[in-house]
Design a protein around this ligand. Structure first.
Ligand SMILES: [Ca+2]
Ligand SMILES: [Ca+2]
Length: 218
């Protein structure tokens, strides 16, 4: 009986904890490009349980300095394909459906001479509505040198319950607007504060565990 109660208490604690600890980073290392190389994909990329699609079917997997934004590892670079302005978008959705939260990501100008000035980010919310953030790139883009090409963009708690997020490079060189992305922090309710009922359940379960430990020692 005691063992059963302990198991139940542990399950409750782990269950409650997992509701706000499922953050994960999509770093594109599961579809890595070898150092010094760039691979050009003409179909959507799947990484970290998410699908990344571009209306132009023109996604570069980059792990290269020089002309490209360098994150020190594989990242995705998007630019207009042949001058179609809608072509530089990238949309992420969860494979198999479902909602997700997003707390941060790395963004950079994508290509020397063709870099975007801003990245326009639109999150579609479950049940309707959207959240929007325009992130200004810093113009620091040195290719192989010592400066950091990428910046971190942070998202607040309104970026939860997302069904998809669309990124678009804007400004900069006409018809190119190249930009790059890496290290996207995602997770169910990534920035949600646990509800009082969840906290109460955890406290109850932990108290139960402590009580059983004391009984065992006695
Ligand atoms: Ca990476
Ligand atoms: Ca930069």
């Amino acid at each position: 009986m005691k063992r059963h109660l302990s198991a139940i208490a542990i399950t409750l604690v782990l269950g409650a904890w997992s509701q706000f600890s499922q953050a994960a980073v999509i770093n594109f290392e599961d579809i890595a490009t070898s150092a010094g190389n760039t691979v050009f994909d003409t179909s959507p990329d799947a990484s970290g349980g998410f699908l990344f699609t571009s209306p132009s079917n023109h996604i570069h997997r980059v792990n290269q300095s020089g002309s490209f934004g360098d994150s020190g590892s594989t990242n995705l670079m998007i630019h207009d394909n042949g001058g179609a302005n809608a072509g530089n978008g990238l949309t992420m959705t969860k494979i198999g459906g479902g909602t997700f939260g997003m707390s941060s990501a790395w963004l950079s100008e994508g290509f020397s001479n063709f870099g975007a000035k801003q990245v326009h980010i639109v999150g579609s919310l479950f049940g309707g509505g959207s959240v929007v953030l325009d992130f200004t790139l810093d113009g620091i883009f040195d290719g192989a040198g010592g400066l950091n090409d990428f910046q971190t963009v942070n998202f607040d708690g309104s970026w939860n319950n997302l069904t998809s997020v669309a990124f678009n490079g804007i400004g900069g060189t006409a018809n190119e607007h190249a930009w790059s992305i890496d290290n996207i922090n995602v997770g169910e309710a990534a920035t949600t504060v646990p509800e009082p009922s969840t906290l109460a359940l955890m406290a109850l379960a932990m108290a139960g565990l402590g009580f059983m430990r004391r009984r065992k020692q006695a």
